[in-house]
Design a protein around this ligand. Sequence first.
Ligand SMILES: [Zn+2]
Length: 308
Amino acid sequence: MDTLHRFSFTNLPIRGQWVRLHRTLQAAGQYRAYPAEVSSLLGQMLATVAMVADNLKFSGAVAMQSRGNGALRRSLAECRDHTQLRGVMHLTDDASFPASRQNIDAWLGEGQLALTLLPDEETGMQPYQGLIALENQQLGKCLEDYFERSEQLQTRLHFASDTHHAGEVVTGLLLQRLPNHPNSTEAECDAAEDTWETLIALAATVTETELAQLEVQTLLHRLFHEYPCVLQPAKQLEYACTCSTERTDSTLMLLGKEDLAALLEEQGEISVDCEFCGNRYLYDAPAVDRLMLRFEDRDNLQGDRPLH
Ligand SMILES: [Zn+2]
């Protein structure tokens, strides 16, 4: 099972998160077979949205998405309800992969990467989107800058990938310096700052193999054994798609009556594949007729409303 752990250092304003994804990446790759580097990048994006979602105080979704003119045209990684992940990577057909495959900017080319918080409707909160500057070559480094700029929290983020016989395994380790407690003395603040510097230096010594393969308890002990650290219980993460007939109906209805009728005429049957899970939704002539009736219901409802 894929898991996320939080941890915190005793009496210090420093917290961390550890995520390992394997089954999620298997599920994401079941419908679209990704090259290892692409699966690894998707894993880093999914690990990030899982970590951000873990800190949310409200219900909703966190999404990271990109658009560019490089080999990776479009991507989306999403965490809903704190634990439900899904993601998709759209590559160019010609498979002209960048020379430096570890670098997010090489994959995107000219493009944009954004992180979006989408609170559920009942929270009454507005969505928020922040752009992640692509000034650094690795996604982890870009995100460190992003958290420092957008949340004023110093952050260190390390990722490691491991290729198993059953696909990629991605592990992420995050350390974050929280604001000092308002009642802290100057000496305590100085001590926290010194410890932060030490902890991030220790974290930077982690090798890719250690991060990719060690269990979280062993890793934390190996890196930070001189600093008492409390590890929270594992939170289970899973690949879950939110597609449904209802949502597909709504998407098709966006086309409008004429285009829908033309599409049915041209193809005999309309098929819509979910880009995340590969579920296929088929609409034969009677199914399209049912959608047409819904258009009429909707038009009638709108006709009943008073005109302003
Ligand atoms: Zn789906």
